[in-house]
Write a protein that binds this ligand. Structure first.
Ligand code: SAH
Length: 212
């Protein structure tokens, strides 16, 4: 179902926007985005839109997912920490790229619903946990990549510590209304920061994020 619409989405938005990473393009041709949104929103699932997923949260635009996935510069055998499982779409795209994903979500009911979906679709390389992602997930650290899919007032210290040497982290940082995507690379104890375009994400709520 929706195969034609999915291919069109990739051509019309993802490729048109300048995404060139073939692994990202192939993954987005595969992941059934309509199953990651509410049933009433399915007909809009292959437009370049963020959509409500319940609990006051949203699934990111397909082009945002494509862009963040490309910025991670994956070869396919990395271990990734994702903060903000949400609908699970971003994690599924990464899983299709062959990496191992550890994903944290603070809203328990949303996390459980998404875990069920991963089970149904057979995404067994995604590990999930309910908790405050601003503190990371120490049990599996360090991570080759860290992707934060909610907006933070600044870069959580704990996450920097859990990034592997030569690792790379993508995080939207700024005000609640608007943020800049930051690309952080680690070189032993030195961290280099690059800024990408302005974006709009839902807030990262937690000890090292925004307070509720
Ligand atoms: N990656 C998701 C994006 C969901 S929106 C997708 O593809 O659909 C961001 C998610 O981050 C929301 O579900 C929100 O509840 C979650 N979130 C916000 N603060 C968090 C925190 N401190 N720890 C874990 N998850 C958090």
């Amino acid at each position: 179902m929706y195969e034609r619409q999915r291919k069109e989405m990739v051509e019309k938005y993802v490729v048109a926007k300048g995404i060139t990473d073939e692994k990202v393009i192939a993954a987005m041709r595969k992941v059934p985005r309509h199953l990651f949104v509410e049933a009433a929103m399915r007909h809009q699932a292959y437009l370049d839109k963020s959509l409500p997923i319940g609990f006051g949260q949203t699934i990111s635009h397909p082009t945002t997912v494509a862009c963040m996935s490309q910025l991670l510069e994956l070869s396919g055998n990395e271990r990734i920490l994702e903060i903000g499982t949400g609908s699970g779409y971003q994690a599924a795209v990464l899983a299709e790229m062959g990496v191992k994903v550890y994903s944290l979500e603070r809203i328990a009911d949303l996390a459980r619903r998404t875990q069920r979906l991963f089970d149904e679709l057979g995404y067994y390389t995604i590990g999930t946990r309910i908790g405050d992602g601003t503190l990371g997930w120490t049990a599996h650290a360090p991570y080759d990549r860290i992707i934060v899919t909610a907006a933070s007032p600044d870069i959580p210290e704990g996450l920097l510590k859990q990034l592997a040497d030569k690792g790379r982290m993508i995080i939207p940082v700024g005000e609640k209304t608007e943020q800049k995507l930051m690309i952080i690379t680690r070189d032993t104890e030195e961290y280099h920061i690059l800024e990408d375009y302005t974006r709009k994400f839902v807030p990262l709520i937690g000890k090292e994020g925004w307070t509720l």
